[in-house]
Design a protein around this ligand. Structure first.
Ligand code: AP5
Ligand code: ZN
Length: 217
């Protein structure tokens, strides 16, 4: 299956993607995680991306589309993938369509996670991620690690993301409404959008998502 996950910052895309990718045996491809890996390895791409991310803005399409394409061309993504955080505007969605069409492939579904803004703010304020692997995500109240400040998965140190400050979160939400939400209409015209509520326990949301994807098949 080829799936796009969409939803506001803090909706739980990364959290759900980890479970869905495992259940569906497809790789989880997160452009945010790819940028964060570049930042921690101090690559040129990482330095460029950090300046945009810390301000809550989108990293320019020229670099983002190339990076996403390189990742989707890896052998593990041959039979499907779960995209998290890409595409994030209509021109990225058009670029993805072109990429897939040139290989005679298509998307199966766009899973839209709906969460009220006040919940998103609570989720982001308490989020802690792992320094070794930013796909290891916790929450100080909702998803507590066994030992405070230590990643259950790998023992890495947990920290708060630089772009999770209040001002940057406000900017990220604005960017989501103006630039990312339009892709939902773009995909609705292709009949691909499946919307679910992302409220409730993590495992309840995963079950809802799996059910919605299977219903959509
Ligand atoms: P990215 O990393 O994609 O961030 P985002 O879209 O803002 O999403 P988040 O990672 O903040 O949230 P999430 O939905 O994954 O939530 P999570 O699972 O962590 O992008 C960051 C930046 O990179 C962008 O601002 C941009 O600059 C750049 N970028 C990335 N892709 C780009 C692109 N394509 N083009 C241009 N620029 C790009 O959950 C949040 C918290 O809630 C966690 O603490 C979690 O434990 C908790 N939680 C999750 N589910 C539940 C639940 N059901 N109940 C209670 N708590 C929950
Ligand atoms: Zn870890």
């Amino acid at each position: 299956m080829r799936i796009v996950l969409v939803g506001p910052p803090g909706a739980g895309k990364g959290t759900q993607a980890a479970f869905l990718a495992k259940n569906l045996s497809i790789p989880h491809i997160s452009t945010g995680d790819l940028f964060r890996a570049n930042i921690s390895q101090q690559t040129e791409l990482g330095k460029l991306a950090k300046s945009y991310m810390d301000a809550g803005n989108l990293v320019p399409d020229e670099v983002t589309i190339g990076m996403a394409k390189d990742r989707m061309e890896k052998p593990d993504a041959e039979n499907g993938f779960l995209l998290d955080g890409f595409p994030r505007n209509v021109s990225q969605a058009e670029a993805l369509d072109e990429m897939l069409q040139s290989e005679s492939m298509k998307l199966d579904a766009v899973l839209d996670l709906e969460v009220p803004e006040e919940e998103v703010v609570k989720r982001i304020a308490g989020r802690r991620i792992c320094r070794r692997d930013s796909s290891h995500v916790f929450h100080v109240t909702y998803s507590r690690p066994k030992t405070e400040g230590v990643c259950d998965a790998c023992g890495g140190e947990l920290y708060q993301r630089d772009d999770d400050s209040e001002d940057t979160v406000r900017k990220r939400l604005e960017v989501y409404h103006t630039q990312t939400e339009p892709i939902i209409d773009y995909y609705k015209t292709q009949g691909l959008v499946v919307t679910i509520s992302a409220l409730g326990k993590v495992e309840e949301v995963t079950a809802r998502a799996m059910e919605a994807l299977q219903r959509d098949e």
